[in-house]
Design a protein around this ligand. Structure first.
Ligand code: ADP
Length: 423
């Protein structure tokens, strides 16, 4: 039960009841001055308490100590109602003791069945006291029947009303849980839609990218071949060599592109195969770096490999592919001539290989994207590429039970770290 809202409501009802109580006390003809005095004292106490509880229900303290507030309010109500039952006990034919039912209802709403039963127990001596006062006053015989009848009725009411209140609370909680669940489902759906939209945008980018990546080298190859065919005799030997080298480079680029597209679809289909072996990573890194340097005179690759690097269990060709991709990227996305560092060392039962560059860096919000299929950072689109390299690299590393991560900041270069379990 929402005690906070409940106490606010009851405190308002108390204030509304106040004028009626005052009118009733004013209109009554008490048998004795003492009775009138007690009636007035009770009413003053009631008025003061009603105002105080009204303020409490709307205060910070009330909202911080809700159960304590309800307990105080319950004690106050019981006290005041008991006092009125006694004060009006002299009235012949008015069943004043029945106002205790109101108290019972409040106890049920506040504390469910247990609260109701406790109140029924408390009210039995009150009703007995009332009967005693009344029979003394009216000079009639004391009857236990009134006490047992009212207490029995109160117990039944506590059982029924308390149960109702508990059920309401349970239903409220259930409805709330369902609303939360619906909210969560809705949120999950929204995220899925968002993700699908992002993927489909990536795919659309990819189509234009690949068509560009295919068309440019094709045009170069076709143009060079035509020129060679039509003007073979007029061309000097170095010119012919240049055209042939161009054809060779561009067809390499096409083959690499097709290779990446095929690899990524094999990864998606789960048919990308590996052949694991014991591997000397230091030698593999040395080889890969030499090959990378072979094509580029301007790039300086600084290698630092810790001695006694542990052996790893891996697929030589695939890991070479990963290293080549990392080194190629480091060169590709750095200014002309900037050095690239390749380090390797053992750490906590793993082998770490790091490829660091002094390029433009990758913004934090793009560091997830670059490992996704076709994921490329906007602005790097002027460089050739498909956005498949790191996707394939990560898949390969994960198949080795390793990790491939990036740490980078815009303007500060990037460091890609490959972690492989030592064998
Ligand atoms: P590609 O290089 O073919 O675009 P990759 O999957 O290898 O594909 O790389 C994805 C993207 O990550 C690149 O397009 C580039 O935006 C970014 N990137 C990768 N490596 C680096 C790097 N060393 N420095 C800056 N950006 C990088």
């Amino acid at each position: 039960m929402q005690l906070r809202g409940l106490e606010r409501w009851i405190s308002l009802v108390r204030l509304l009841a106040l004028p009626f109580v005052i009118a009733a006390v004013a209109a009554a003809t008490f048998p004795h001055g003492t009775w009138a005095m007690w009636a007035r004292i009770t009413t003053i106490a009631f008025a003061a308490g009603a105002v105080g509880l009204f303020a409490l229900a709307r205060s910070d303290i009330g909202s911080r100590h809700q159960i304590a507030q309800s307990l105080v309010a319950q004690l106050f109500d019981t006290g005041v109602l008991t006092a009125y039952v006694m004060v009006f006990a002299f009235e012949r034919g008015t069943p004043v003791q029945q106002i205790l039912y109101i108290d019972l209802a409040a106890a049920c709403v506040r504390f469910e069945i247990l609260g109701g039963l406790a109140l029924a127990g408390v009210s039995a001596p009150i009703v007995a006291g009332f009967e005693k006062l009344r029979t003394d006053q009216l000079k009639t015989a004391f009857s236990w029947r009134l006490v047992t009848f009212q207490t029995g009725l109160e117990i039944l009411m506590a059982l029924i009303v308390g149960w109702l209140v508990r059920r309401l609370a349970a239903e409220g909680a259930h409805a709330e849980a369902r609303a939360e669940e619906a909210e969560r489902l809705h949120e999950a759906e929204r995220q899925t839609v968002e993700e699908l939209r992002r993927l489909s945008a990536l795919r659309a980018d990819f189509v234009s990218l690949v068509s560009h990546e295919v068309r440019t080298p094709m045009a170069a190859v076709i143009g060079s071949a035509r020129t060679l065919a039509q003007r073979w005799r007029e061309l000097t030997a170095p010119q012919r060599d240049a055209f042939l080298a161009l054809i060779s480079d561009e067809t390499d680029r096409l083959a690499a592109l097709i290779g990446e597209v095929l690899d990524s679809s094999r990864i998606d289909a789960g048919t990308f195969s590996y052949s694991f072996d014991e591997l000397d990573l230091a030698a593999l890194i040395g080889d890969t770096v030499s090959t990378a340097e072979l094509h580029r005179d301007s790039v300086k690759i600084v290698t630092r490999i810790a001695p006694d690097l542990p052996v790893v269990h891996g697929d030589r060709a695939r890991l070479r592919q990963v290293l080549t991709n990392l080194i190629d990227n480091a060169v590709k996305y750095s200014p002309e001539g900037a050095p690239v560092d390749v380090w390797a060392r053992a750490e906590n039962g793993s082998v770490l290989v790091q490829v660091a560059d002094h390029g433009a860096g990758i913004a934090a919000e793009d560091q997830r994207l670059i490992f996704e299929k076709f994921g490329r950072v906007r602005g790097t689109a002027s460089k050739p590429g498909t956005g498949l390299g790191l996707y394939i690299a990560r898949a390969i590393v994960e198949a080795h039970e390793g990790k491939l991560e990036v740490s980078s900041a815009l303007g500060e270069g990037s460091t890609f770290t490959l972690t492989l379990p030592a064998h």
